[in-house]
Design a protein around this ligand. Structure first.
Ligand code: P6P
Length: 320
């Protein structure tokens, strides 16, 4: 078996970045232990406070955020930290070479039902002439990411990671080391499975409604084949399934609903997942352009998300 450290070295990853990734992964194993204990560790339920998104935080959201923040701010390589659970950028070491953003526990609504949850993270080079507490550190296009990944706390704890090369999959062993279990993830260009919260159908454009209905029509409809549907309620679980067995994942904008620009955040959800998907041969779009080419505006900006099988996502572009 090849550990993540030896794979990063084999991929000629710069030593400071390897060190930073290993620091982040060490924090993820501490989170994995808390998640596994669940009710026994008293970490379930709400924290009775809200985050900048106006979402009620779960205890485990706050615990995971604090574990990651503490580990990263102690690293000499980290100039700035951003998190779904932090209103503003948290300054670290002014001479740090990297900045890190994360969703500490994606899929919070699944925590209390023992469903899939995970940590999504992204790393950029720090901007030397920009202050460590400035949002501008993270106003970088997704294509500038030097590393993107997630840790999925499922029946096994798995890490999907890219440092610009192939998206690779690792599985946490009993000694808390991530071992390479799939060297190159690949998403087939066509698919039989889609993933979307169908309860929002009425909020989508007529063209997108028509597209979804064509999938539902199956082999009797214009697509002449049946499709399956899955919805985990956690992007990390749904995108993991797409990386493992293909398909498309959608979180469209709501034309009438409250979330006009979609629900998912560009910096620490859409961009890292888009890099993993593209590095697995898939496509990731906001419906008009590649997610990785979006010029970021605000720190917690939301974007519509369509990602997965390249040919299927291409069909969607222009429909929304
Ligand atoms: P819905 C989790 O809260 C999340 O941000 C994503 O991980 C997930 O894809 C989406 O929201 C689920 O949203 O529509 O199921 O409430």
């Amino acid at each position: 078996m090849q550990s993540v450290a030896s794979q990063l070295n084999q991929d000629k990853t710069p030593a400071p970045l390897t060190e930073l990734v290993l620091t982040l992964l060490s924090a993820s194993t501490a989170i994995a232990h808390k998640v596994r204990q669940g009710a026994l560790a008293g970490v379930l339920g709400s924290a009775a406070q809200q985050n900048v998104q106006g979402e009620t935080q779960k205890k485990l959201d706050v615990i995971a955020n604090d574990i990651l923040k503490e580990a990263l701010l102690a690293s000499a390589h980290v100039k700035s930290v951003a998190s779904e659970e932090e209103d503003n950028v948290v300054p670290g070491n002014p001479s740090g070479a990297y900045v890190v953003a994360f969703d500490p526990l994606d899929g919070s609504s699944n925590i209390d039902i023992n469903g899939q949850i995970g940590t999504i993270f992204t790393i950029y080079r720090a901007l030397p002439d920009v202050a460590a507490d400035s949002h501008k550190q993270f106003a970088q296009q997704g294509r500038a990411q030097v590393c993107a990944g997630y840790v999925l706390y499922g029946p096994s704890t798995q890490l999907a990671l890219t440092t610009g090369g192939p998206s690779r999959l690792y599985t946490l062993d009993p000694h808390d080391t991530y071992q390479l279990t799939q060297a190159e993830l690949a998403i087939a260009p066509e698919c039989q499975e889609f993933s979307v919260n169908m309860s929002n159908l009425r909020h989508w454009s007529p063209a997108l409604q028509g597209y979804i209905q064509s999938l539902q029509a199956g082999k009797d409809g214009v697509r002449s084949k049946d499709f399956n549907m899955r919805w985990n309620g956690a992007m990390v679980g749904d995108v993991h399934r797409v990386l493992m067995r293909g398909g498309i994942f959608l979180y469209p904008a709501n034309t009438q609903g409250a979330v006009h620009n979609g629900k998912l955040r560009l910096l620490y959800e859409a961009n890292p997942m888009a890099l993993l998907v593209e590095r697995a041969g898939g496509r990731a779009s906001d419906g008009k352009q590649a997610i990785l080419d979006i010029e970021p505006g605000t720190l917690h900006q939301r974007v519509p998300v369509f990602m997965g099988a390249a040919q299927e996502v291409a069909k969607l572009e222009g429909l929304v």
